[in-house]
Every structure is written in structure tokens, then in C-alpha cells.
Ligand binder design. Structure first.
Ligand SMILES: [Zn+2]
Ligand SMILES: [Zn+2]
Length: 184
């Protein structure tokens, strides 16, 4: 989606649109490979304002659902993703105006630059979503995961590994087991 400066009126622009599978595959799949699968349209709702200095301010939200792998049991499941957006685009020319100015003062995850009279919003939408996609998603709070020995999905059935497991390797203090302090 291209946001044109001239299309933002003084009172702001209420921008609602959605992106589909094609967009998802282009912008997110490449980052995460088959770990992310498109499940629902990506709904983008942003309020755009502009200043006299051509700064563009965006606030709003991005919501979707992504199919992911549970990091415990490796089953696929759906994760709702909600991203809050607070972002400012400054015109590239503003950057060059003041050579003394340290970009670190202003540049951060919530600010970027744009060139010309319009901004392509896709990189921002993808970046914001990536920030809010869980790193270690779990399919449910009490997911039991896989048995580390036989690989059984413990959500589905129990295995007997825990029962027949060999005695654990003795720790460094095991030699103290039979130790009795001398009576003084
Ligand atoms: Zn799970
Ligand atoms: Zn097992």
C-alpha cells in the first residue's frame, strides 16, 4: 500500500485495508520459512497525520492470525497476532539539513525516513508484525510437549519412558550418600 502525502488531509486520514496470502508470502514467509503459514487476512487500520514539515505520523493496529508450530509439541496451531503501531516517517531531506544532529537521538524502531511524496507501508507492516509474533509459541498453556525419549506427543497419550527410565546419572554429591560425620 502506498500512502501519498497529498492524500492526507489536515484532519488526518483513516486508512483501512487488508493484505492477503500473496503479500504474506512475499513479506513474512521469506523470514520464517515454513514456520509461518498464512491463515487469515491481515487487517491494517491506521490513522495518518501529517505536519507542515511533511512528517507523517501513523497510529493504529495490525491484526491477523498465523499458523505456527508449537515449540513444545510441534503441532500446528493458530496464533492471533495484534500489533500496535506508533510510527513516524520523517522526510529524507530533514536528515540532511543538520549535519551536527546525531541520528541516534531520533532514529529508533519507531521512526524512519521517506523519500519523495509517498511512503510504501508494506515494510512497516511486516516489521511490526514480526515484532509481535511470539518467538516460542505454545498451543495451550498446559501443553505437555513431546517425550524427550520416545517422542510421543504427551497431550495425546502417555508413554512409559518415565517409569522405565534408567536411574539418573549420579550427581557430584552422590558419594556423600553413605557419609556419616565422625562423632567427635
Ligand atoms: Zn503444544
Ligand atoms: Zn516416552
Amino acid at each position: 500500500m502506498i500512502l501519498r502525502l497529498e492524500n492526507i488531509p489536515e484532519q488526518g486520514l483513516d486508512l483501512r485495508y487488508e493484505e492477503g496470502k500473496e503479500w504474506f508470502d512475499e513479506h513474512l514467509k521469506e523470514v520464517a520459512g515454513s514456520d509461518y503459514v498464512y491463515r487469515a487476512a491481515i487487517l491494517i487500520h491506521l490513522l495518518a497525520h501529517r505536519s507542515v514539515e511533511k512528517e507523517i505520523f501513523l497510529t493504529g493496529s495490525i491484526t491477523t492470525e498465523i499458523e505456527m508450530l508449537c515449540s513444545r509439541c510441534l503441532e500446528r496451531f493458530c496464533v492471533p497476532v495484534v500489533s500496535e503501531v506508533h510510527y513516524a516517517y520523517l522526510p529524507e531531506s530533514e536528515k540532511k539539513l543538520d549535519a551536527e544532529w546525531d541520528p541516534k537521538d531520533l532514529e529508533g524502531p519507531d521512526m524512519g525516513y521517506y523519500n519523495g511524496e509517498s511512503v510504501e507501508l508494506s515494510p512497516l507492516v511486516a516489521e511490526q508484525l514480526l515484532l509481535d509474533i511470539p518467538r516460542f509459541p505454545i498451543c495451550r498453556e498446559d501443553c505437555r510437549g513431546l517425550c524427550p525419549q520416545c517422542g510421543t506427543n504427551l497431550n495425546e497419550k502417555a508413554c512409559h519412558c518415565a517409569l522405565s527410565a534408567p536411574t539418573p546419572v549420579e550427581g557430584p554429591f552422590s558419594t556423600l550418600k553413605g557419609f556419616k560425620p565422625k562423632k567427635g
